[in-house]
Design a protein around this ligand. Structure first.
Ligand code: PHE
Length: 446
């Protein structure tokens, strides 16, 4: 078998991982959930959730990938736990399932770049969204988005994913800063910031029932965990990277982008007297924020830049998810990567057709993933690394990071107890939401 690929540089891995983490969750969920659940107080709470749950779970995926240099399924055999491969397979299937409808949403975003340039949705944003989000137009847009993803993944780790994300991720940051500066000049800026970040412990406590599960769910969704992405990406890195520093960098960047997104969207909403209490999700971006562009000077240009940023964020996430399946196929079959990417792309397109046909089906796909598959996948994975891999995992983390001191046992016990408990509660709530019809799907990303 040909030599397995690697990232050309450590920065390449970091940028790709940040690109995966920064996605729709940061742009259309985080700002709105923050504003609705106590502003800066919620940010603090969310950071605690990320540190307690997301960070340890991310390290768990990192050590699995780097120790084995294998795809998420075969990593288990490589570790000497062949009978646990089903966990890897579950994560890969979860990712495949999610990508099928993520591509559809990616297609909407591309459509909105064109729509912004033409001013097509300026008059009637809700009607426009209804027209392009489902049916033949959505299928065509899904195809275009998927074709770009396949094209990049087909080029490989170094020449495809690394090169592409090295351009995309800095562009996301620069363009968002540009938009935030522009938003600062709007009439609604002060009111927008106040609405977004004014800390309110009372609101947080009052909304705890929905805010906590959201923060937990978001802590692993936003870091792209449970879909085998971080196992796959870290399987291409060198043995002496400091995984603690790498993980910390991803967490910090990911949070900053979410905050920046809030500094952009709320001034736009307040400048246009649009009700900001949206709860997040597709309509928050595609209808509410979009409707702001129609009445602002240079609205076309700003709209193109804004949806351009969303497109880059969605693309760099979709690429990472596609690579999970491609990596598995590439490690197992003697077929060139481009062919594998195209074949898997065709399968993804087919699975995405129902979602592109009807938004209600997309929501169903998403609910299953978000309430069931993802938490289950994270749960099994952290239990495996905490209880089965245990000492080997700590040894792997030590490599490149040096002596861990008390962090080693703290990390282990987080994986064994804290993370599983919190994820289990989220899972129970998700199942209740899905099957008993109680509580609206408050932590679903769409
Ligand atoms: N971290 C991504 C986000 O916040 C989640 C994701 C990654 C979704 C990859 C799909 C594919 O949007």
């Amino acid at each position: 078998m040909a030599k397995r690929e690697t990232w050309a540089t450590r920065v390449g891995f970091l940028v790709a991982a940040i690109g995966s983490a920064v996605g729709l969750g940061n742009l259309w969920q985080f700002p709105f959930k923050t504003a609705g659940n106590g502003g800066a107080a919620f940010v603090a709470f969310y950071l605690i959730a990320v540190l307690l749950i997301g960070f340890p779970a991310m390290l768990a995926e990192f050590v699995m990938g780097r120790r084995t240099h294998r795809n998420a399924v075969d990593a288990f055999s490589e570790l000497g736990h062949r009978q646990w491969r089903i966990l890897g397979a579950f994560a890969v299937v979860t990712g495949f399932w999610i990508l099928s409808y993520y591509n559809v949403v990616g297609g909407w975003v591309l459509r909105y770049i064109v729509g912004s340039a033409q001013g097509a949705y300026f008059g009637a944003p809700a009607e426009y969204f209804g027209a392009v989000s489902a049916g033949p137009e959505a299928i065509a847009a899904q195809f275009v988005f998927l074709a770009i993803v396949v094209g990049i993944v087909a080029l490989g780790i170094e020449d495809g994913i690394e090169k592409a994300t090295k351009v995309m991720v800095p562009s996301i940051a620069v363009l968002l800063v540009f938009l935030a500066v522009w938003a600062f000049t709007l009439d609604g800026a002060g009111a927008g910031y106040a609405y977004f970040l004014t800390p309110s412990l009372d609101t947080m406590v009052e909304n705890a029932g929905t805010a906590i599960p959201f923060a937990v769910g978001q802590a692993f969704f936003t870091l792209s965990l449970g879909m085998a992405i971080m196992i796959t990406y870290s399987s291409y890195i060198g043995d002496d990277d400091n995984l603690l520093v790498d993980g910390g960098t991803v967490v910090v960047f990911n949070t900053l982008i979410g905050i920046l997104a809030g500094l952009v969207v709320f001034p736009i909403l307040f400048a246009n007297n649009i009700d900001p209490a949206l709860g997040g999700g597709a309509s928050a971006l595609f209808i509410a924020v979009a409707s702001g562009f129609g009445s602002l000077p240079l609205g076309n240009l700003i709209g193109v830049v804004f949806f351009g940023v969303v497109a880059l964020a969605a693309l760099s996430s979709a690429i990472s998810l596609m690579e999970v399946t491609v990596a598995w196929a590439n490690d197992n079959f003697d077929v060139p990567r481009p062919q594998l990417a195209v074949g898997i792309g065709v399968a993804l397109f087919a699975l995405g057709l129902p979602s592109a046909w009807d938004v209600a089906l997309l929501t169903w796909f998403d609910n299953i993933a978000y309430s069931l598959l993802l938490p289950l996948s994270v749960l099994m994975l952290v239990l495996f690394v905490g209880w089965v891999l245990a000492g080997d995992a700590v040894a792997e983390l030590r490599q490149g990071a040096g002596e861990l001191g008390t962090f080693g046992p703290i990390w282990m016990w987080a994986l064994r107890l804290t993370v599983p408990t919190l994820v289990f509660v989220t899972l129970a709530l998700g199942i209740q939401t899905l099957f008993l019809g109680e509580n609206p799907a408050f932590f679903a990303p769409f």
